[in-house]
Ligand binder design. Structure first.
Ligand code: HEM
Length: 166
């Protein structure tokens, strides 16, 4: 199972793991440099917003990829991570406002249909969650990120190229 046994050239797993860490660090550094050069200001506000979504997608790639080794660390890390989604306002069954979404004792947001259930395709980290995270990691998020990166690069040119120090 996995990158180590089935992919030629035995260092693919390590390359992918290190590159993933570097990507998260690099995106944060990029955002910091864009902030320092004031490039969030007109005419680049649109590209800053595209960037914010790219940052979130990068973190989601990291999060979904963490489950894929399917070992104890992966299962329990994603258990902890997705447990936080219980407390999402209105969308998590333990979150503020969820109790308001109830009529005559009928709860609209409960453990069997809240945002955590949607993430995990179930009430706990199981086969449904693995499949969902795999498809998100390999197809869904890369497609969304690639599309936004194309827009991001196009906007860099459109907004007059990269800006220098103030
Ligand atoms: C997957 C994530 C991202 C990729 C691949 C990416 C890539 C790039 C590249 C190649 C450039 C042109 C070169 C440069 O300015 O360094 C650029 C510019 C820019 N990026 Fe990103 N970026 C990402 C995330 C972000 C984030 C998180 C932000 C901010 C929230 C952001 C905001 C901007 C802005 C405003 C510019 C224009 C900078 C200027 O013209 O001075 N990007 N991006």
């Amino acid at each position: 199972m996995g990158l180590r046994e089935h992919v030629p050239i035995g260092i693919m797993r390590e390359l992918h793991r290190w590159a993933a860490h570097l990507m998260v660090i690099t995106v944060w550094l990029h955002m910091y440099r864009v902030f320092l050069t004031g490039s969030y200001k007109p005419p680049r506000e649109f590209n800053w917003n595209v960037g914010v979504i790219l940052l979130v997608l990068t973190l989601l790639l990291s999060f979904t990829g963490y489950l894929l080794p399917w070992d104890q660390l992966a299962v329990w890390a994603i258990t902890v991570g997705t447990n936080m989604a219980r407390a999402t306002p209105f969308l998590g069954h333990e979150g503020p406002g969820a109790a308001l979404l109830s009529i005559g004792g009928l709860d609209f947001v409960h453990a069997g249909d809240d945002v955590r259930f949607g993430l995990l395709a179930g009430r706990f980290v199981g086969e449904g969650a693995l499949l969902r995270f795999y498809v998100l990691h390999c197809v869904g998020i890369p497609l969304a990120a690639a599309t936004l990166m194309a827009i991001h690069f196009w906007r860099v040119r459109k907004d007059g190229g990269i800006s220098g120090p103030l």
